[in-house]
Design a protein around this ligand. Structure first.
Ligand code: TMP
Length: 211
């Protein structure tokens, strides 16, 4: 397999960063070139959108604004970084992608999934990740880990009910997705990392055998 778009998803405090470091080292040990990206972000303009989305404003940030900014940032990243890297035979590891929008804006904020479908079609057409790892964590645990890292940003301040709804959406979507695996992220960071590496290894083996 010459290139693939691998996405790591999960609520705050699920341990995505540690997992991504592990997956990157694992792929590099197999002589694969890896490009790491995060959403929202990953290009100069998309990083500016990220700051905009995360900061606390002295005005109400509407759900519509939040949603559109996520897709604006995604469009910049997919067209300017992810697709070129895949065309260049590189492996891209994404810290979040479209499933985050389904979970947070769809599940958490309650925006109808049919409306997300239109924006996805407009922004991504049929572009999808090749493999998704979902790190499942109880938001109570995840948020306390996130709090331990410092001040919570605007989205992290959305409250437990919001995060429980986002988690429910993640779980129900993942069940329906081929090429997606759930990892229990309540375990120690090292166990979660190892579980993620073996899930990726299994998928790569199967995918390579299919080619
Ligand atoms: P993080 O990368 O530190 O997790 O920060 C990204 C924040 O943005 C996080 O709270 C999840 C949120 N988010 C959405 O609400 N929708 C999205 O589509 C994406 C990519 C992120």
């Amino acid at each position: 397999m010459k290139s693939a778009f691998i996405v790591v998803e999960g609520l705050e405090g699920a341990g995505k960063s540690t997992v991504i470091k592990g997956l990157t080292a694992y792929l590099q040990s197999q002589n694969k070139q890896v490009v790491n990206v995060r959403e929202p972000g990953g290009t100069p303009m998309a990083e500016a959108i990220r700051d905009c989305v995360k900061q606390n404003w002295d005005e109400n940030v509407t759900q519509q604004t939040e949603l559109l900014l996520m897709y604006a940032a995604r469009s910049q990243l997919v067209e300017n970084v992810i697709k070129p890297a895949l065309n260049n035979q590189q492996f891209v590891i994404g810290d979040r992608h479209d499933l985050s929008t389904v979970a947070y804006q769809g599940g958490g904020r309650g925006i109808a999934l049919a409306q997300l479908d239109s924006l996805r079609e407009l922004t991504l057409a049929d572009f999808r990740p090749d493999f998704t790892l979902y790190l499942d964590i109880d938001p109570k645990i995840g948020l306390s880990r996130a709090r331990g890292r410092g001040e919570l940003d605007r989205i992290e301040l959305s409250g437990l009910t919001f995060f429980n709804k986002a988690r429910d959406m993640y779980q129900s979507q993942i069940e329906k997705m081929p090429n997606a695996v759930t990892i229990d992220a309540s375990n120690s960071p090292d166990t979660v990392k190892q579980d993620a590496i073996s899930a990726l290894g299994d998928w790569l083996n199967k995918a390579t055998n299919r080619v």
